[in-house]
Every structure is written in C-alpha cells, then in structure tokens.
Design a protein around this ligand. Structure first.
Ligand code: CP
Length: 337
C-alpha cells in the first residue's frame, strides 16, 4: 500500500490502517536503518511543537534519511499566510512561494498549519490547510491542521493495541478538560474519529457550550456504523465515566462561542473541576487508562497524581508517534512506496 498523502486517518480504509500499524510494529521490532537512505523530509511548522518536530526528525534518522525544519521563528524572512494582501508589513515572504520552494528540496513535506479559531466553518473545512495542499508537488503529511491530526491518531490507535485495550466494545471516553485558553478542535475531532473507526463505544463528555460540532459527530457516527462501534455525547461526566476503559482528556474551545474569546473565557471560568483526578476513576473499569496527546498543563487539565500514576500512558502515546510516522514515511517515500 503506497501513500501519496497522509491528511486524515478517515481517508484510509481499515485495512490500510491495519497495514500501517503492522509496519510500525515491525519497524519497532526489526530496525531498517537504510530504508530511507538518501531521502529528505521537509518539515514546515507554522505553530509550536515538541513531539511532532522531534519524532519526525528521529523517524528519518532511524530510517537512514535526513530532514530539515522551517518555521517563522527561525532566521527567515517572516512568512505571510493570508491571501490577497499587500505585503507591506514585517513578513517579506509568502507561503505561496515558500511552500513550493521547500517542496522542491525534498522527497516529502510535512505541514503543521493549526486553526485560526475565528470562524468555525473555516476551521471545520480545513480551509487554510487545503489551500496550502494545492501548492505542494511532493507527498504531503498533515502534522496537524485546523481539524485533523492523523499522526496523533495513528499513534493513539497503536498505543491502545499495545496495551490490549479492546477494539470492539472497548469503552472510550473523550472528555473535555479545563484549560485557561480556547484550544483547537483538531485533536478531539481526530481522536473521536479514530476511536469510532477502531470499533469502540465512544462517549464524548463535555460541559454545556463545549459539545463537538454536529458535522464531526455525524462523521464519527458513520465510521462507527461501519466498524461496529458507537458514538454518543453527554454533558453528564459522572455517567459517561462509568465502566470506561480509556479516559482521553483534551482541552478545546467553546463551540457555542467559537471565535469569541471573551464569551469563551466567561463560559469556562466555572469549569475548573474538569481537571482529571483520582475520583474520576471511581466507577471506571479498574484498569482504566488516562490518555492525552500532550502537551498537558499539570494541575490544570490533569493532576500530578494521575499523570505520575500507573494509569497514565501519555509517554507511550508520544513514543508511538515516532513508530507510526516511520511506517507512514516508509510507505510514502521508502520501500513501500
Ligand atoms: N501531540 C502533539 O502533536 O504534540 P506537539 O504539539 O508537541 O507536536
């Protein structure tokens, strides 16, 4: 199965996901240090990263290839992202030239685009990422856009497989978590879809005003219908957590007040008890795990005692980013292409 793009896990059929997971495990067990010899991966970061940046670089090194990173923080000419504007401000370079130039030096390109968080419609349609996609002439990897994070989802799927968490019938709770700022919908959207594709019984638990948008829910319900799983949403956290085998905590914006920073802040002000702590596990399955994509604010989204305790698998998730991405690169520009 060769890959020309890796934009959204939902664009792959279940057999293709299975094949990537199998390859990731194989590369973990039996290294192939020359598989990508002579290959170059370009990494364009338009927003900050620790895991994605380092796991892609490590993945290329482990497979014998190389990578280079471009971000607006570096000593470049700034990067203008808006269309149709007169560039008389600080940035002297536009993405319309930068993306094809960077692509021309590489065999594949990864882009982290992020959400602008002003228009829900624009972010749900991944408008900015799709516009950049048009400029790319080599295989492309979505390293997180307004509404997708397929590399995180692949790693999370593998992490649950590694831990023996059941696919069919596994009880997965995606829970909103407290954060002082309005964060994007990419991880909750991608995570919901991944768990639904995996055949799990998924509950989204979120306070009023933070429900995931209906198009995201509908897409996940359709995936669950196909996989034999189920998807539902509730504002009742205590009820959602009963019997959970996984609590996946994630912070996200108010969808009722999307793009309205003050209204969002007012709504979340009273929600500081949505910080995952030991009592959350009172009625879950005894071996319920805590998942989070990281970075996580300790004592804000999740307490120290949960993060430092045996339930937390956040480091395994982060490590699986590298194995999963190695499989993607192998199929995209390596022997599997
Ligand atoms: N989970 C994740 O994508 O982490 P970074 O933002 O650090 O890359």
């Amino acid at each position: 199965m060769s890959l020309k793009e890796f934009n959204d896990l939902a664009e792959l059929d279940p057999a293709a996901v299975e094949s990537l997971l199998k390859l990731a495990r194989r590369l973990q067990d039996r290294p192939e240090p020359q598989a990508l010899a002579g290959k170059v991966l370009a990494l364009l970061f338009l927003s900050p990263s620790l895991r994605t940046l380092s796991s892609f670089q490590a993945a290329m090194l482990r497979l014998g290839g190389g990578s280079f990173v471009i971000s607006p923080d570096m000593s470049i000419h700034g990067l203008e992202t808006r269309s149709g504007i007169v560039m008389d401000g600080a940035a002297a370079e536009h993405l319309r030239e930068a993306v094809p130039v960077i692509s021309s030096y590489a065999d594949a390109l990864g882009i982290r685009a992020f959400a602008n968080r002003s228009s829900l419609e624009d972010d749900l349609s991944d408008r900015e990422y799709k516009a950049m996609r048009e400029l790319v002439t080599v295989p492309l990897i979505n390293m997180e856009s307004a509404i997708q994070h397929p590399c995180q989802s692949l790693a999370d799927w593998k992490t649950m497989d590694d831990l023996g968490i059941p696919r069919q019938g596994g009880k997965f709770v995606l829970s909103w978590a407290w954060h002082p700022r309005a964060l994007p919908l990419a991880v909750p959207s991608a995570t919901l879809h991944m768990a639904a594709m995996r055949g799990m019984d998924v509950t989204v638990a979120a306070p009023e005003g933070f429900e995931l948008p209906e198009p995201i829910m509908a897409r996940a319900r359709a995936a669950a219908e196909h996989s034999g799983g189920s998807v539902r949403a509730t504002n009742d956290r205590a009820e959602a957590l009963e019997g959970a085998q996984v609590i996946y905590a994630k912070e996200w914006s108010s969808t009722r007040h999307y793009g309205d920073r003050l209204a969002d802040a007012e709504l979340r002000e009273q929600l500081q008890d949505w910080c995952v702590d030991d009592p959350w596990f009172g009625t879950t399955a005894p071996d319920c795990r805590l998942m989070h994509c990281l970075p996580v604010r300790r004592g804000v989204a999740v307490t120290d005692r949960v993060l430092d305790g045996p339930r937390s698998v956040v480091i395994q998730e982060a490590q699986n980013r590298m194995w999963g991405q190695m499989a993607v690169l192998y199929q995209m520009i390596g022997p599997g292409a």
